[in-house]
Design a binder for this molecule. Structure first.
Ligand SMILES: Cc1cc2nc3c(=O)[nH]c(=O)nc-3n(C[C@H](O)[C@H](O)[C@H](O)COP(=O)(O)O)c2cc1C
Length: 328
């Protein structure tokens, strides 16, 4: 199996990439994934239009790219000129490549023609890709896409070819249409069709939460690698497990409860250091819920996570969890 992937001139270490996730893949999440062996990480999506209008919050989503493995900034937009202008505006930040969002299904994004709405217009998607590639200079450009808009509009192969022709260096394909949002299961055969149609590296994405599932998706699609989103939330060790599986090594076990809680604390402390406690804790609530997976009393723990408003609250919750689960 060829596990060495390149994004243009960037050689990636073997492993799974961390998928971009709005509200989750901040610097703390990216650094954690990188530490556990993610091959690259991507920011939360950033609005090209907001950047060009001088929005003050958007640049915060891009900052702190250090120690995030090769790190890509994801832009979304529906106009080639605006996307190119945004790409130029952020050129001074520390990041390694640009990524273009052609997969987001949220109505507020698709309503403006961006995200997965581009799956309906591969020609426009190609023009956007070409504009960003030109503006990106020496930095490579990747694209994150779905397989189509709905079952009557499966455009993945055409869109992928147009992106390749425009100079895109790597594609990550979430194997669902926009209409399918996040259910039912993915369509590996359409990811495979993209892989067959282009020469640039293709990553398969969707529903991976174990190392075996990563291997299975690789063999079902023939892809060069995998990208993991939700499966890695609250479980950063999944990157080490997938890396071991790709390298043919024994898969390391998941850490015990005490280490899991210490990872949660470390991640939230990192968020607080960067954004201040007030902003960090509102985001930390959703991240913390993922660390509760598999624990007894999940509904009560979820409620407790939703009420976290300080590091002291988090410490009290962790203490309670360790007390109630002495054998884990
Ligand atoms: C909460 C959440 C936020 C997401 N935000 C983004 C985003 O900003 N950009 C993007 O391209 N995809 C986004 N996605 C899609 C993921 O990158 C990924 O394609 C999808 O979750 C399927 O992979 P998974 O099953 O491994 O999670 C998001 C998904 C979730 C669940």
């Amino acid at each position: 199996m060829n596990t060495r992937i390149h994004i243009g001139p960037l050689a990636l270490a073997p492993g799974a990439a961390l998928a971009p996730m709005a509200g989750f893949t901040d610097a703390a999440q990216r650094r954690l994934a990188a530490r556990w062996g993610a091959s690259f990480t991507v920011s939360e999506m950033v609005s090209a239009k907001a950047l060009t209008l001088g929005d003050k919050k958007s640049p915060r989503l891009i900052e702190n790219g250090e120690n995030c493995a090769p790190y890509g900034v994801q832009l979304f937009g529906a106009e080639p000129d605006t996307m190119a202008q945004a790409a130029e505006l952020i050129a001074g930040y520390a990041f390694d490549f640009y990524d273009i969002n052609m997969g987001c299904p949220a109505p507020k994004i698709t309503g403006s023609g961006a995200g997965s709405a581009l799956m309906k217009d591969p020609a426009l998607a190609g023009r956007i890709a070409a504009a960003v590639v030109k503006a990106a200079g020496s930095r490579p450009v990747t694209v994150k896409m779905r397989i189509g808009w709905d079952e009557d509009t499966i455009t993945a192969v055409e869109l992928a070819k147009r992106c390749e022709d425009a100079g895109v260096a790597l594609l990550a394909v979430h194997g669902r249409t926009r209409a399918e949002m996040y259910h039912p299961g993915i369509h590996p055969e359409w990811i495979a069709a993209v892989k067959q149609a282009v020469r640039i590296p293709v990553l398969a994405n969707g529903d991976i939460s174990t190392a075996q599932q990563a291997l299975d998706l690789l063999s079902a699609t023939g892809c060069d690698g995998v990208m993991v989103g939700r499966g890695a939330l609250g479980a950063p060790w999944l990157f080490a497990q997938i890396k071991a599986a790709l390298e043919g090594r024994e898969i390391p076990p998941a850490p015990g409860l005490a280490e899991r809680m210490s990872l949660l604390r470390g991640q939230v402390a990192d968020m607080v250091a960067e954004k201040g406690e007030y902003v960090a804790m509102s985001q930390a609530r959703s991240s913390a819920i993922y660390y509760m997976r598999g624990l007894p009393g999940a509904p009560s723990l979820r409620r407790a996570c939703c009420q976290l408003s300080s590091m002291a609250d988090l410490d009290a919750l962790i203490e309670r969890i360790l007390r109630e689960n002495p054998d884990r």
